[in-house]
Ligand binder design. Structure first.
Ligand code: NAD
Length: 463
């Protein structure tokens, strides 16, 4: 269903009017909803999802299964298993001074929530937060990205098929649609996207003091010291960087390598990239396209800017504007002020920078915004600990990349410029609930002795 601007307010009002019906559901009823979504993703609409993402940017089918469908199904399984305990009124201690009282925490629904999602993993990043929102007992309006229209249209169909719009609705549209929705007094906004738009969302939320979760991006560095097995490390980096053609928020944005292993890194990269994607990555079915002309041009401009400053293309560098193809590319000798070293790349271009000492590498990372992910490759515990102790990041994976995203026992999210709040598992559930404190006083409370007048408390004990 498509909505016009003035229909958003009435949709919001309908969900608001319905919020206690949704919020008062027990864990079993919420799990039934989650299972409906699970069935749609793993069965009814599985092939449609693969087709839509292929039509949008030639995403390989196996990548769709592994990075779009599977993580949501896995999240549903995990949440379904644990929701009963998360919804239990939690009994906590009460200080002696409040003798005669009992204390509890209730995870109550926030109410009506807005989820705004990006285009790079549209199924995962729209339905993933939806799982947490349903678990929390909320009404939800979803607004996916306009840049993957086939997938957004399909998601609208899935949502309309599974849920009543008084409870969960999906609104398609451009930036103006997001802006119109952001005018409404939601109880929570869960936004995934760029830091620049994150600031717009937070500003809009402040008007209603709406709480926010901001899952943002930025430049995620990778440090490699000279103790590693270079072939193994380069293979892992190629996998993480060129999956989805580099359009992954936690992809290694650039690598910082000990200068003694720079040449072996380049040699291994050339050898392995053709193993992954053949000598002609353009014809490989394992390699995606850039999502649209705008991002294709942006990435080519980043490359041209660096080339004009005498950066060296060590591998790749070809592109084809007929199909938004950019070859997996390794580039070195970059000027620090080049756009490739300043902006989040979000594409298949990997800058290689060398360092002489770990201190230098750490100082370089700390001169930039806090990253969403920081990757460390080393066999030396001392080096790993030094980097961990002297940097800050949303998350870190040691001797691999991306994997930190997949464990629901870990909170996923950034810090400051790379994000506010966390998602996945219990952490995602917490974002969509308010931890309501409940103190129940029984017949007698010690604090009653402290009422005015303050000069006769001994008499009150006697009374
Ligand atoms: P984006 O910020 O441009 O857009 C995200 C969403 O915001 C879209 O639905 C879009 O319609 C909406 N939007 C865009 N401009 C808006 C505006 N002015 N006002 C209101 N809404 C607006 O991001 P994108 O290009 O879709 O995705 C790429 C970015 O997202 C990268 O920075 C990436 O690192 C980040 N990202 C982060 C995560 C994470 O989990 N932390 C995951 C994926 C992507």
């Amino acid at each position: 269903m498509s909505y016009s601007d003035n229909m958003f307010a009435s949709l919001f009002d309908k969900q608001k009017a319905n919020q206690f019906n949704i919020g008062n559901t027990n864990y079993k009823e919420r799990v039934i909803k989650l299972k409906k979504l699970k069935h749609a993703l793993e069965s009814t609409y599985k092939q449609d999802i693969r087709d839509a993402l292929y039509a949008d940017f030639k995403k390989p089918q196996l990548e769709v299964d592994l990075t779009e469908i599977y993580p949501v199904i896995d999240e549903i399984k995990y949440v379904s298993k644990n929701l009963k305990s998360w919804l239990k009124k939690q009994h906590v201690g009460t200080p002696l001074a409040m003798l005669g009282s009992s204390s509890y925490i209730i995870n109550e629904p926030k109410g009506v929530c807005l989820v705004i999602s990006p285009w790079n993993y549209p199924i995962n990043l729209t339905f993933g937060p939806l799982v947490s929102a349903i678990a929390g007992g909320n009404a939800v309006i979803l607004k996916p990205s306009e840049m993957t229209p086939n997938t957004s249209r399909l998601m609208a169909k899935i949502v309309a098929d599974l849920f009543d719009e008084n409870e969960i609705a999906l609104v398609e549209g451009e930036v103006e649609t997001s802006q119109a929705l952001l005018e409404l007094p939601f109880n929570h906004i869960f936004f995934t996207g760029s830091p620049a738009v994150g600031k717009i969302v937070m500003k809009a939320a402040s008007k209603h003091l709406t709480s926010v979760t901001l899952e943002l991006g930025g430049k995620s560095p990778t440090i490699i010291d000279d103790s590693v097995n270079i072939d193994k490390v380069v293979g892992k980096i190629i996998y993480g960087k060129f999956m989805n053609a580099g359009q992954t928020c936690i992809a290694p944005d650039y690598v910082l390598v000990d200068e003694r292993i720079k040449e072996s890194f380049i040699t291994s990269f050339k050898k392995q990239v053709s193993k992954f994607y053949s000598e002609q990555p353009e014809s490989s079915e394992a390699y995606s396209r850039i999502v649209n002309k705008k991002h294709f041009s942006r990435l080519n401009e980043l490359l041209e800017d660096s080339k004009s400053q005498n950066a060296k293309i060590d591998s790749g560098g070809q592109s084809n504007d007929e199909n938004n193809y950019i070859e997996p590319t390794l580039i070195s000798d970059l000027n620090e002020d080049s756009k490739l070293m300043q902006e989040e790349i979000f594409g298949p271009v990997l800058p290689l920078k060398t360092y002489k000492t770990l201190e230098e590498a750490v100082d370089y990372i700390n001169s930039k915004e806090k990253p969403l992910a920081l990757y460390i490759y080393s066999k030396k515990k001392k080096n790993i600990n030094y980097i961990l102790d002297n940097t800050r990041a949303g998350g870190t994976c040691i001797n691999h990349n991306l994997l930190q995203y997949l464990n629901h026992n870990l909170p996923f999210g950034g810090s400051n410029n790379s994000g506010i709040g966390k998602s996945h598992g219990y952490f995602g559930f917490l974002e969509f609930t308010n931890q309501r404190s409940l103190l129940k006083q029984h017949t007698f409370g010690a604090v009653d002795l402290l009422k005015p007048p303050y000069n006769n408390w001994k008499q009150k004990i006697v009374d």
